[in-house]
Design a protein around this ligand. Structure first.
Ligand SMILES: *Cc1c(COP(=O)(O)O)cnc(C)c1O
Length: 389
């Protein structure tokens, strides 16, 4: 029978992989209203607590009054307005790159960059647990596509040896479901030996990492000669929406000329760019947000280790608790929810089979008391789940 959607959906249910969307009825923040209940959330990507910041909100309101609410057209027609342009200049300055180009979403920025740079006869090499948008981009590009072992420079080197044409090495900066950092010094060194370019998607590194929030390239001190294509998204620590690619003058002009996901879409509302200009200023200057976040990360790891939870090798606000089995991950999430805590269970295919986890994320907006509450609840709930393996 064609299109037997009911059977597909039933199968997903039976495998404990069915997805539901919690209905949020409040702004982002530690305390949220979800499905009619107030919950303490540890699952947003608003790492610095800027998504509901009064100054960012005001910048968006003023932006809307001055520029209206719609982008109006694509950037190449009449949709590229002064706030977009100012934000691109500010992002170039922030990343220490000659230029930056603004996109409406991170997914599109990744599709755009990879497909504009490589095609038939070329090679794209990706970490096997890269974000879905990067893997999709590699497939769409038409280049020879191969995935190397997670964060493994030797595995990359073996694939580089067989690469043909222009070769692009693509990695998450901070891995979105694991929280670990790409070993960029080693990966960039391998790429350089073969004249390959390196593209880093640092969606989760901008904000939390680096002395001024400049992400993994600031953390490791890598310039445009080591990481030729740098992607950041604005919907996470920046607290707004959109994304950017930063790099050389020639890279940005190439994207403007050839990147279809850039060309054939409407620009983001200029008021959003006004909001991001403000959140960028706060992200760079308010170092106390990173300091507080780092304190929370250290305390969480210590508390979780005492309970005997299986943490991952993460120095970032992404602190997954590895469970393995999807049903048990769902059960732990449900037990926490009974105690007023919201932490999402992340299951395949978002993560590899057999590696379901609770993805705990911390934010500078969390208080120490809120974190203690999470640790106490985990201490109570974990034995109930650990016991029925
Ligand atoms: C969230 C995310 C994206 C997508 O960004 P959006 O702006 O949400 O489309 C891309 N890459 C990584 C690593 C991400 O975590």
């Amino acid at each position: 029978m064609p299109f037997d959607l009911a059977a597909r959906l039933a199968e997903r249910h039976a495998a404990h992989l069915y997805r539901q969307r919690p209905l949020l009825d409040s702004p982002q923040g530690p305390l949220v209203q979800v499905d009619g209940r107030q919950l303490l959330a540890f699952c947003s990507n608003d790492y610095l607590g800027l998504a509901n910041h009064p100054e960012v909100i005001r910048a968006m309101q003023q932006g809307a009054e001055k520029w209206g609410v719609g982008g109006g057209a694509s950037h190449l027609v009449i949709g590229h307005s002064t706030p977009h342009h100012e934000l691109e200049e500010a992002l170039a300055d922030f990343t220490g790159r000659p230029r930056a180009l603004l996109f409406s979403t991170g997914y599109m920025a990744n599709l755009a960059a990879v497909t504009a740079l490589v095609g038939q006869g070329d090679t794209v090499l990706e970490d096997r647990i890269n974000h879905a948008s990067l893997l999709d981009a590699g497939l769409l590009s038409g280049a020879r596509f191969s995935r190397y072992l997670h964060n493994d420079a030797v595995s990359l080197s073996n694939r580089l040896r067989k690469a043909e044409g222009n070769t692009l090495v693509v990695t998450d900066g901070v891995f979105s479901m694991d929280g670990d950092l790409a070993d960029l010094p080693a990966l960039c060194a391998e790429a350089r030996l073969k004249d390959a370019w390196v593209m880093v998607d640092d969606a989760h590194g901008f904000g939390p990492l680096g002395a001024t929030g400049g992400g993994i390239v600031e953390h490791f001190g890598l310039g445009v000669d080591e990481v030729q294509v740098l992607v950041g998204t604005l919907g996470k620590a920046f607290g707004t929406a959109g994304a950017f690619v930063a790099g050389s003058e020639a890279l940005i002009e190439t994207l403007i000329q050839f990147a279809r996901p850039y060309i054939y879409t409407t620009s983001q509302p200029p008021a959003v760019a006004c909001a991001t200009l403000k959140s960028l200023e706060l992200l760079r200057s308010e170092g106390w947000r990173r300091e507080h976040l780092n304190k929370l990360i250290a305390r969480f790891r210590q508390g979780a280790a005492e309970i005997g939870l299986n943490l991952m090798d993460s120095p970032t606000p992404i602190q997954p608790i590895l469970i393995g089995d999807s049903e048990r991950a769902l059960k732990l999430s449900a037990l926490l929810k009974e105690r007023g805590l919201l932490v999402g269970a992340i299951r395949p295919p978002t993560v590899p089979a057999g590696s379901a986890r609770l993805r705990v994320t911390l934010s500078a907006a969390h208080s120490e008391a809120q974190l203690e509450h999470l640790i106490e609840a985990l201490a109570e709930c974990w034995p109930q789940v650990a016991g029925d393996a």
